[in-house]
Ligand binder design. Structure first.
Ligand code: DAH
Length: 354
């Protein structure tokens, strides 16, 4: 058969090929092991030498041209399929968003309050420090001057990991130690994070959140601590607050104080700033000289203040959330009610909460 006829035949059959499978069929028919063109090439050996040369040339040209035609057609079909696919998946981006979808997500009150705390302390020049949730006895207790016999070390409060692999930190105070070991005074920072205790009722959950604060320098005194806390609490509660500093005891501070804010309870709701009641909001004090010494800071040259507050508790008070456990239920209705609009980042200038 004339090679030109073969070529035209192939081109004609390609015109009716619609899928990659159709094309493959044609390719096998012509170029496969037992294909027509393959057969022609194989038959060259049987031709007399004088014909072999011209025929060989012709067959090879035919082979190249048919290959090219098949490949071109295959590419066109691939493109067509791709375009059809794009059209099928077309999205009309000019359509209005389904009602509610755009504003459905909410920021958890704990995240919001965490951001508020950081914004307030950043405005006072406090950096941010972090430490691990899984701590050693040394950082969680010993370096903080909490003796072996101290009740806080009791198995009932602390989650110990099996096989002496450490414990879940019971407070954020170990971050004080890690930061003091690393930093050269003067410095000041806050350290927010998760904390864990074996406790569960309306106001306690096994996992909760604290924020630690610390300032160390050559001349830090109790006056700095009082002013810092006053400024922090008034900015946080967005109202004037009256504080009461009560003597207390923490092994890592001397003196140690607990801080109450003046409040009143109206129909089960707590109002900060007025009234005749007092509500405890945090613990604080001047860093114990032994604790400074444990971290390589000379207590004759430097002193510091420290404080620790429960973030969950601050959030409950500020936003009137009655049950701590509800923070961790993952109830969508709850987050719709108590959550915050995602695009609002709390700042002192822009307002803390939207
Ligand atoms: N770590 C204490 C607790 O969990 C809170 C605390 C009290 C932290 C006094 C401090 C501090 O830094 O000075 O109860």
């Amino acid at each position: 058969m004339d090679t030109n006829n073969i070529k035209h035949e192939v081109i004609e059959s390609l015109k009716t090929a619609r899928t990659a499978g159709d094309i493959e069929e044609i390719r096998i028919r012509e170029m496969g092991k037992n294909g027509r063109i393959s057969g022609l090439l194989k038959s060259l050996g049987e031709l007399p030498p004088e014909e072999r040369k011209t025929a060989g040339k012709q067959y090879n040209i035919l082979k190249t041209e048919v290959e090219k035609a098949i490949e071109e057609h295959a590419a066109a079909i691939r493109l067509e399929a791709r375009n059809a696919e794009i059209l099928r998946n077309k999205v009309d981006i000019s359509l209005p968003v389904t009602a509610g979808a755009a504003s459905r997500g909410r920021i958890h009150p704990l995240s919001e309050v965490g951001d508020e705390l950081l914004a307030i302390f950043a405005s006072m020049g406090f950096g941010v420090e972090q430490g691990p949730d899984i701590e050693s006895e040394y950082y969680n207790f010993e370096a903080l001057n909490i003796a072996d016999s101290h009740p806080a070390r009791d198995m009932h409060d602390t989650f110990y990991l099996p096989g002496n692999k450490g414990l879940l930190r019971t407070h954020t105070s170990p971050v004080q130690i890690r930061a003091m070991e690393r930093l050269e005074p003067p410095f000041r920072f806050v350290a927010p994070g998760r904390t864990y205790r074996r406790d569960s009722d309306q106001t306690h959950t096994p996992m909760f959140h604290q924020v630690e604060g610390m300032a160390v320098g050559p001349d830090i005194h109790l006056g700095h601590l009082k002013w810092t806390l006053q400024h922090f609490l008034e900015t946080f509660f967005e109202t004037e607050v009256e504080l009461r500093f009560r003597p207390s005891y923490f092994p890592f501070t001397e003196p140690s104080l607990e801080v109450d804010v003046r409040c009143e309870r109206v129909e089960g709701e707590i109002r900060i700033g007025t009234g005749t009641d007092w509500l405890e909001v945090l613990g604080c004090g001047m860093v114990h000289p032994k604790v400074l010494g444990n971290c390589g800071i000379n207590p004759d040259t430097f002193q510091g203040f420290a404080f620790g507050a429960g973030i969950d508790r601050l959030a409950m008070l500020k936003y009137g959330i009655p049950d701590l456990r509800s923070f961790f239920d993952g109830d969508v209705r709850w987050i719709q009610h108590y959550g915050f609009v995602p695009l609002h980042a709390p700042t002192l200038e822009g307002g803390l909460a939207p």
